[in-house]
Write a protein that binds this ligand. Structure first.
Ligand SMILES: NC(=O)C1=CN([C@@H]2O[C@H](COP(=O)(O)OP(=O)(O)OC[C@H]3O[C@@H](n4cnc5c(N)ncnc54)[C@H](O)[C@@H]3O)[C@@H](O)[C@H]2O)C=CC1
Ligand SMILES: O=C(O)CCC(=O)C(=O)O
Length: 312
């Protein structure tokens, strides 16, 4: 069919999601992290589909005069200039629940890995060193988990870590003082003082960037572990490096970074850091759900009807 709307896929999407695009659209691919390629391809796009790697800012919107829909296959919209898109009448759709279980499971995995030094112990073993006493860990049972941002992912993490016997406290000023049963809401300063493990589950906004900086790290216990599976920049990486080197806190696990991709960081050189390359949503289940959700929402916005093969 000629003159089909063009869907530009700028980050890798699941094959299931791509198949769901159907034959009423023309699908084109580009590497959204290759800026010139993205700007060139955006010129003919009616729909732009991305994950977290592609930055959809004013420059991209300027280069995309036909654009009607931006689909973000995931939760965070911090890589999309949503306000600017709205001013231009471009619909922005995302998949706010598609990957939250995966992100929560990843967080729990990082908490457990940090508490038991799994990464440095495994690395030492691969290098031929059987170092049992060096990697003595801590039990989580009876310890306190501090959740900063008790939304979808924070709540799933709290439920899962409660099953390990952790006491759960949280800080979230937008809950109006109402929290799930078993979770004590605290001011941030008190959470930082009381928690043994602190996990951050916030969107990246002007308010949350730098929320965990030098002063907040100094308020934590010297035995504290800090986990960030939310967004880079919420935890100040330079201040974190200082706190880890000086022993102000015991360890950290990071899935996200101020600048991504992040292939080199002084943090990666520390044994008490467990780094992963933004893998929170990287499961086949989450990717299928997120991809299909945005494809369906994008086609709905484009044609004002469900995607091919879906019940009307
Ligand atoms: N690493 C990864 O692959 C993934 C990362 N994410 C990130 O996780 C973030 C959280 O996701 P969800 O839990 O689904 O979002 P959500 O919107 O359900 O929860 C966020 C919570 O943070 C709270 N909040 C906002 N500002 C706050 C502040 N200044 N202090 C304390 N609490 C505050 C809100 O009231 C809300 O309850 C996303 O915005 C995204 O950036 C999400 C999925 C995967
Ligand atoms: O894997 C991805 O697409 C990024 C997931 C994520 O960070 C999000 O959904 O906010």
């Amino acid at each position: 069919m000629n003159n089909r709307p063009i869907v530009l896929v700028a980050d890798p999407l699941s094959p299931v999601a791509l198949a769901r695009l159907g034959s009423d659209v023309e699908v084109r691919h580009c590497d959204g992290t290759d800026r010139p390629a993205l700007l060139a391809a955006a010129g003919s796009a009616d729909v732009l589909l991305v994950r977290s790697a592609t930055r959809v800012d004013a420059e991209v919107l300027d280069a995309a005069p036909r654009l009607r829909v931006i689909g973000r296959a995931g939760v965070g919209l911090d890589n999309v200039d949503v306000e600017n898109a709205a001013l231009r009448g471009i619909a922005v759709v995302n998949a706010p629940t598609a990957n939250v279980v995966s992100a929560a499971e990843m967080t729990c995995a990082l908490i457990l890995a940090s508490a038991r030094h799994l990464l440095p112990a495994g690395t030492a073993l691969r290098q031929g060193r059987w170092e049992r006493s060096r990697f003595t860990g801590v039990e989580l049972s009876g310890k306190t988990l501090g959740v900063i941002g008790l939304g979808r992912i924070g709540t799933l993490v709290a439920e899962r870590m409660a099953a390990f016997g952790m006491d759960i406290v949280a800080h979230d000023p937008y809950l109006g003082g109402v929290s799930p049963s078993g979770v004590e809401l605290l001011p941030l300063e008190e959470l930082l003082r009381r928690a043994d493990v602190i996990t951050v589950h916030l969107p990246r906004t002007a308010e949350t960037v730098g929320l965990i900086g030098r002063a907040e790290l100094a308020a934590m216990k010297p035995t504290a572990l800090l986990v960030n599976v939310a967004r880079g920049g919420i935890v100040d990486e330079q201040a974190l490096h200082g706190a880890l080197v000086s022993g102000q806190i015991a360890g950290a696990a990071l899935d996200v970074y101020g600048e991504e991709p992040c292939t080199g960081s002084p943090l990666f050189e520390l044994d008490n850091v467990t780094p992963t390359p933004h893998l929170g949503a990287s499961t086949s289940e989450a990717q299928d759900r997120a991809g299909v959700t945005v494809v369906e929402a994008a086609l709905q916005a484009l044609f004002d009807r469900p995607a091919d093969g879906l019940a009307a």
